[in-house]
Design a binder for this molecule. Sequence first.
Ligand SMILES: [Zn+2]
Ligand SMILES: [Zn+2]
Length: 575
Amino acid sequence: MREELIEKAIKVRDSAYAPYSGFKVGVALLAESGRVYVGTNVENASFPVGTCAERSAISAMVAGGDRKIVEIAIATTSEEPVPPCGMCRQALWEFGREAKVILVGASGKQVVLSMPELLPWAFGAHHLGGAKGKPLLLKGGFVLTMDAQGTSGYLDVLIEAGKITGIARAGQGGMRADDVEVIDCTGCVLLPSFVQTHVHLCQTLWRNRADGLSLMGWLRQRTLPLESHLSQEEARISALLGGCELLLGGTTTIADFGTARHTETIVEAALSLGLKGVFSKVIMDDEEEFVGLREAPEKAVEEVLALAQKFKGRALFAFAPRFALSCSRHAFEVVAKASREHGMLVHTHCAETEGEVQDTVRRFGLRPVALYDELGLLGNRLLLAHCVHLDDSEIEKLAKTQTTVAHCPTTNLKLGSGIARIKEMLDKGVRVTLGADGAPCNNNLCVFNEMRLASLLQKVRHGAQALPAIEVLKMVTRDGAKALGLFDETGSIEVNKRADIVVLDAQKVWCTPWDEDYASAIVHSMDRQNCRDVLSDGRFVVRNHKILGIDEQELVREAKKASDYLFERVFGRLS
Ligand SMILES: [Zn+2]
Ligand SMILES: [Zn+2]
């Protein structure tokens, strides 16, 4: 077939109308129906009126009723193969993002390329957002709405302009069915897409390269030196890598703990993929060795306020002192004041290890929770990651002040920090949410890992009835959204909320059979390979298990290269 296509392209090339340039191009494309369409360049005395061969062939294809290019051969009169112009690459993307492109020179030499190679990070229809697209009807799936009443069942969900505009029992009608794109969700479970309240997108590049270290070694030997050398481009790649992983696993909303620099780059990268949430820039004024990260807290706060202004309506921001051991009392005071004045979240680490608690006592004369209490930080604007080493009175304090805990079970185990007292926290009424923390201390950003571990760890401590699956699901949906102040928009499938939805394909051997209490199946037997589709603001960010808008394999190559280069710069040649 390919030879035939090339032959046709060469043949039609002779018909090209190119009296001005003498540069003749012939194109033959194979469409999905099996039909072949041809085109040539057509020049004009008024030069801009001319058209390329690729777009001529596309016009013929569309007129012929086809919409998808499988393979396209482009033959020119140059000896060497010549690539399509920029405009044609964009035109080809519209109809053939999976097409093979064969470039043929007059010498007979051939080059075969994929569309992402010709047009990396291509602009496509999905970038226009749900706002202008057709309404979507998610039909035939079992929906766990995670609303206050715990509504679930076979429900159809209508999405218009990025929002959920209708939910109805399957087959009961009452929902517009005209001019909608129907997404068949038969055999699937639908949930609000996940919220992770503690991740570090900037650290993804040292995944699998910081193992075997406990917290202080992990920080001082790896994370702080690497963060202080991270270039802007590396920060961007790191955020894209972590962001893609989060989306492929059904997480669309995050609280990201940033580094000292490149905050804007990280936020832009995350937003470009369709992630959203609360971003931050680390504040640390007391780390002698890592000057690249040290900064006056006033300056850091000012930068965060400027970013919050700049990204208004697109992203929220928090103040993020790293932890008690890298900040002065003054830094915490500046942060507390800014949080009060601007009603913004404070995101920090707390009582991750026993050693950290003891060092905090030595430094401030107080344990971390008492320190934050004294500074006036406790409250529903405070998000505390870890909280592994808390006593009863500290748990009570967090409950009373409505302070949120971001539980990171994998990290706590991997760094050997301990097991957080989650059941005690829930019993006292603390709002507990989940996060995968950074890729280098996990080493995934997979919400399913965190859900399962969160549940299992409490069962080991308190018996098999502890922490039922549905409670874990609340942590990564409604409670996560509440913690970030985003529950009006996300965290449950309800009319008028943003359409942030994950469609889990339940027809897999590893999660069959299941009860219609799907919570247990999701927490205990599903994983991210079940994530078929992920919608953020009503648009697909993952469809049929594939991330949209970015070439995953290209990103993998880029990230590996960037990580190698970063390690070489910081630690010398890799052995
Ligand atoms: Zn062109
Ligand atoms: Zn962390």
